[in-house]
Design a protein around this ligand. Sequence first.
Ligand SMILES: Nc1ncnc2c1ncn2[C@@H]1O[C@H](COP(=O)(O)OP(=O)(O)OP(=O)(O)O)[C@@H](O)[C@H]1O
Ligand SMILES: [Mg+2]
Length: 378
Amino acid sequence: MRITSLRLRTFRNHDDTRIEFGGGINALIGRNGQGKTNILEAVSYLSLGKSFFAALDTQVVQHNAPFFDVHASFVSDNGRAIEASITFAVQEGEKAVRINGSPLEKVSAIVGEFPAVLLSPDHGGIVASGPAERRKFLDIMLCQTSARYLNDLQEYRRILRQRNRVLLDARHQGGVDAGVLDPWTEALVDHGSRIIQKRMECTGFLQEPFMTAYTRLAGTTEPVGLVYAGLHGLAAGMDAKAIGALYHERLHVHRHDEQRRGTTLVGPHRDDLEFLLRGMNAQDFASQGEHKTLLIALKWAEVLYVRTVRDETPMLLLDDVFAELDSERAARVLGQLEENGQAILTATDAGLLAGEIAWDTHHRRLRIERGTCAPYTP
Ligand SMILES: Nc1ncnc2c1ncn2[C@@H]1O[C@H](COP(=O)(O)OP(=O)(O)OP(=O)(O)O)[C@@H](O)[C@H]1O
Ligand SMILES: [Mg+2]
């Protein structure tokens, strides 16, 4: 899927901005606070039906305007032209979505029509902070590509809350009633083992493209890897049934601890997606530029995953990724983008876009200034 044109009306600091995109790299260049990220956010509205940045619709409408509107033209991988729009009216407090002029019944029905993969400064935590951010990364990607996963995850969370309540009550009452706990354990294992299996399968898929991209972007042969770290004894290739049996066993081993602490101690809500660099955990020791490179490689692998599962290439949106990269790495990132599908990226300075890109109509540079867009002239 690629986006060919975009119009934003009273969207953040854009009064009425029209942008024509090329099929290759589209670099949005402008100083801080000029409206570059806002353009990526507008694309995210068409991809997710809401802001990638978890902003409220009312925050996105231009101050004092009665609505915002985002309208775009796309071309799918097989050459089909599609128009889409999303409008939010402040007074009604409602969003309306249209595809090829026809309204969709639910805003959420747009999810998956125009897939996009975003890398923003907010994602720094995926490599650098705790496991929760990494689980979130896997969950968002898998929820967007599998309705079954979304359902399993919602159910798992609900069951986990209930099971924890039973364990907490048992702690206060000095013992657990198996007749009350066991059905929750069964349900937890049922949904939880499918979640673990899907996450492991996905991690297995990401591995190869992640390693290849990292090696290329970093310009080294340092070993890197992704490991799904979960239940003790978990091994690649286990099916959901084998994972279920293992999950039961681990819950049994931890049963006294669980009752003492009043909470569920093992399962997908505790798992991690580890990044290994030179055989060590990247979270603890990688440099900022290395973190950034690992993240870009991860997002690259995500593009390939989404493309394989959805049979449609997602648009790649890169917000401010060049800031922490040295000029060699930046040139390699651009080189990798140049050879592949469409990307929209932002930079505060054209000088950060090092490399030998032939900027023309396929690879475009655009200047974003005070909520306007114009061709960039050096
Ligand atoms: N609802 C709104 N109405 C009008 N202006 C808004 C609204 N929300 C944000 N803005 C303005 O949009 C600008 C920020 O735009 P954006 O985040 O796209 O900047 P940017 O070009 O990505 O900058 P940076 O390089 O600092 O990331 C700010 O000046 C902000 O005040
Ligand atoms: Mg920005």
